[in-house]
Design a protein around this ligand. Structure first.
Ligand code: SF4
Length: 223
């Protein structure tokens, strides 16, 4: 069995139920970054509405930076935490312009995954999950974003230890997934976390990976 065979088998069992995901970028890296900041602590519907409002009002990133922060906050109000997010978006854009001389993340194309991740995480308010989302979703890089669903499913399956926390889970989980399967694995786990392996009352009897699930085998706590 290769190092990746276990996670590959889990992914394929989940895909048999949910279907196989195919990567294609929905946004360019800058758009993904700003969209991701807007998605913090709110639903996809609300954050995408806020992002659409931002794009409608401001034709360029420079216009976003030059807008009064209160005006930007009003524009993205539907995404929640608008005052905080408006200031964060402007700070991130300013820092990118300061370091790159433009409002662009083209520099990431020349960086290895670890360096690109480091650069993104040097931006104000950008943590490992946001950096991974930009790299994985917008650029197809083999960097796995770990959100609350992925973290929960991964520790229940026994792939990571719960006590390491979400931030360190990125490296621990990524080391177990074949680089070419990272996007598919991410989508399979997040779908499973939303539909069956829910935070409360997971529906283990319907789970296609229960036979290999550490939590299912070792405890009846989640049944
Ligand atoms: S058996 Fe239950 S706890 Fe384990 S992965 Fe499936 S739904 Fe989650």
């Amino acid at each position: 069995m290769t190092d990746f065979a276990y996670t590959q088998a889990i992914m394929e069992a989940l895909e048999a139920l949910y279907g196989e995901a195919h990567w294609s970028p929905r946004f360019d890296p800058m758009e993904e970054l700003v969209s991701c900041i807007l998605s913090q602590h709110t639903s996809d519907v609300n954050s995408l509405r806020a992002f659409a409002n931002l794009q409608r009002r401001y034709p360029t990133w420079q216009a976003v930076v030059q807008a009064p922060t209160e005006e930007l906050a009003d524009t993205i109000r539907s995404g929640g935490l608008a005052d905080t997010k408006a200031a964060r978006i402007q700070n991130v854009l300013r820092q990118i312009h300061q370091s790159q001389g433009e409002y662009s993340l083209h520099n990431l194309n020349d960086l290895a995954d670890s360096e690109a991740r480091k650069y993104l995480m040097s931006l104000p308010g950008v943590g490992p999950k946001t950096a991974a989302i930009v790299l994985c979703f917008a650029m197809g890089r083999p960097v796995i974003p770990v959100d609350t669903h992925i973290f929960r499913v991964a520790w229940r399956l026994g792939l990571i230890e719960k006590r390491i926390g979400e931030a360190k889970a990125h490296d621990a989980l990524q080391a177990q997934v074949a680089p070419e399967s990272v996007f598919r694995f991410h989508v399979a786990l997040i779908t499973h976390g939303r539909r069956i392996c829910k935070a409360l009352n997971p529906r283990c009897s319907e789970c296609p990976v229960k036979e290999v699930c550490f939590t299912y085998r070792e405890s009846d706590a989640v049944r």
